[in-house]
Design a protein around this ligand. Structure first.
Ligand code: NAD
Length: 515
């Protein structure tokens, strides 16, 4: 069924698969069930990071486009077609969407690859797994129960109920566009909200293909809307819009801070999934073969462009030199190439600004006195002269106070930091403003448990790295975020709790005195 659904025109207006005279795909906003150009008529160009060629144009949103999308979402929230259906019926719609995702996973993966250059082998798995987000939250939709409260006040019956918030604005980054959208969209819809989605200006295409599936699954018009554009140009209109009750943001700490401040002005609820500088801690008693693979997976998978990148490798001094040597050796025969080739291990960096940021941090690290052990330059790959490839890069002799140890690079740049004792490892791991994730490698069970208690991060992996699941909550301590996505806590973020008091004794003894 590959692509057959997506070839079917399901809307009037501009279809996302329309092409212009130059052969570029043209993508519009998706508002109230139809695709449309931007209010200004302007577009942003989207570039394939492998060929360096522009392949599509995305509507460059304005405040007026945001206004249309929020009005559509608010109207859909008030429309009985959505508001009055049962939680079970909502769950069924979500499961139907999950089925459609499975049928179209390869197609969605190929569009996402074109935008961010990630390995198709990883993207295909991600897209297939993404159907579980809709199955999981579809199943949860009718299982969120209020409670009856054994009240200490006579003559009243008190119970609680959970209700949807209303319109939710979701803002996403470019590194995993559809999975990060789905972590917000699935629970928000299961809870009965309506949404306005704002993808990254670098990777909007896959979401605009995906929304066709939302419509095919049977969601009423206006329940899901997409506005595209440049964050700082139209972001404030969305974040501070009076219809928006919650802002769910995944992205960098800088944009997160701005959005959090803007949302606070009108007391909006926020979920913030921000960056990290996660410690991956290798003790001398670890299974070093596994720890080696864990270190590589932590920082060089997806070229380090993951929020949970284990970008600070803390290695016990007794094994430090030998482990570093093995790490460099492990990377000797890695294969760069086109992300669609299943044998490729290293794909390009997703965007030109991100590549520049990586180069800037490599220069900063060198100036700070860190010792470059490997990489530190662009990789030239046969057949792709304009590809944004970068060598896996390792710095040793890094002091935890250096900028290369304290700031997120979001690229394949590893800082190796030696430590002596367990306390030393904990101190270095926690001496940072972030707290997203941590890896601990040890065969000593008691030490493993002690470390999970002492290291301050939202996710801790012992003898593995990068495991995640829709069933488990994910989020950050400190500057890494606010709130949780995934699991039951991820659903509760999209619900408001109401306490209801019903009199079982109509006689109000004295209206001037509170009982
Ligand atoms: P970014 O912060 O530059 O942009 C993210 C999104 O925010 C984009 O859609 C952008 O258009 C929008 N945006 C930017 N400024 C805005 C503003 N003023 N108002 C409203 N919207 C605005 O991040 P990025 O470069 O796209 O992504 C990389 C970052 O995302 C990294 O820091 C990474 O750690 C983080 N991330 C976090 C998680 C997590 O779950 N914690 C997951 C993936 C990525």
């Amino acid at each position: 069924m590959l692509n057959s659904v997506l070839k079917t025109p399901v809307n009037s207006g501009i279809l996302p698969t329309q092409t212009d005279e130059a052969g570029l795909r043209v993508y519009g906003h998706y508002i109230d069930g139809a695709f449309s150009a931007s209010d200004s008529g302007a577009y942003i160009e989207s570039t394939d990071p492998v060929s360096g060629e522009v392949w599509s144009k995305i509507a460059r949103g304005t405040d007026a486009d945001v206004e249309r999308a929020c009005a559509s979402a608010q109207a859909a929230f008030e429309n009985p077609e959505w508001r009055s259906i049962s939680a079970s019926a909502r769950g069924k719609l979500l499961r139907q969407l999950g089925d459609l995702i499975l049928e179209n996973a390869d197609w969605l993966a190929s569009v996402e690859m074109k935008d961010n250059g990630k390995l198709i082998a990883e993207l295909g798995n991600q897209m297939r797994y993404m159907s579980n987000y809709y199955y999981y939250y579809g199943g949860l939709a009718d299982k969120i129960e209020g409670s009856t409260i054994p009240s200490d006040k006579p003559g009243v019956f008190n119970f609680t109920r959970y209700e949807p918030l209303g319109v939710v604005a979701c803002i996403m980054p470019w590194n995993s566009p559809l999975p990060l959208t789905s972590l917000k969209l699935a629970p928000a819809l299961a809870a009965g909200n309506t949404v306005v989605l704002k993808p990254s200006e670098f990777t909007s295409a896959s979401l605009l293909e995906f929304v066709k599936l939302v419509e095919l699954a049977g969601f009423p018009k206006g329940v899901v809307n997409v506005v595209t554009g440049i964050g700082h140009e139209m972001g404030e209109a969305l974040v501070s819009h009076p219809h928006v009750e919650r802002v769910a943001f995944t992205g960098g700490p800088e944009a997160g801070r701005i959005i959090n401040e803007q949302a606070a002005r009108s007391m909006k609820r926020v979920t913030m999934e921000l960056g990290g500088k996660s410690p991956n801690i290798i003790f001398e008693d670890a299974d070093l073969d596994q720890a080696l693979k864990g270190a590589v997976a932590g920082i060089f998978a997806a070229s380090g462009q993951t929020c949970v990148a284990g970008s600070r490798l803390l290695v016990q001094r007794s094994i430090h030199d030998a482990f570093l040597e093995r790490l460099v050796e492990f990377l000797e025969d890695i294969k760069f190439g086109h992300p669609s080739d299943p044998s490729t291990q290293i794909a390009p960096i997703s965007t030109a600004p991100q590549l520049k940021k990586i180069e800037d941090y490599v220069r900063i690290a060198t100036e700070e006195g860190a010792r470059l052990v490997r990489g530190g330059k662009r990789a030239s790959v046969d057949g792709y002269p304009n590809g944004l490839f970068y060598e896996p890069t390792i710095f040793a002799d890094v002091d935890n106070s250096m900028r290369i140890a304290q700031e997120e690079v979001f690229g394949p740049v590893l800082s190796v930091i030696p430590f002596d004792t367990e306390d030393d490892a904990v101190r270095i791991a926690n001496d940072i403003n972030f707290g997203l994730a941590a890896g601990i490698w040890t065969e000593n069970l008691a030490r493993g448990i002690r470390m999970t208690e002492k290291v301050r991060a939202g996710t801790i992996w012992v003898n593995n790295y990068r495991s995640t699941s829709v069933t488990s909550p994910f989020g950050g301590f400190k500057m890494s975020g606010i709130g949780r996505e995934g699991g039951i806590p991820g659903m509760m973020e999209y619900l408001e709790l109401k306490s209801v008091w019903i009199s079982t004794n109509v006689d109000i003894p004295n209206p001037f005195i509170r009982r």
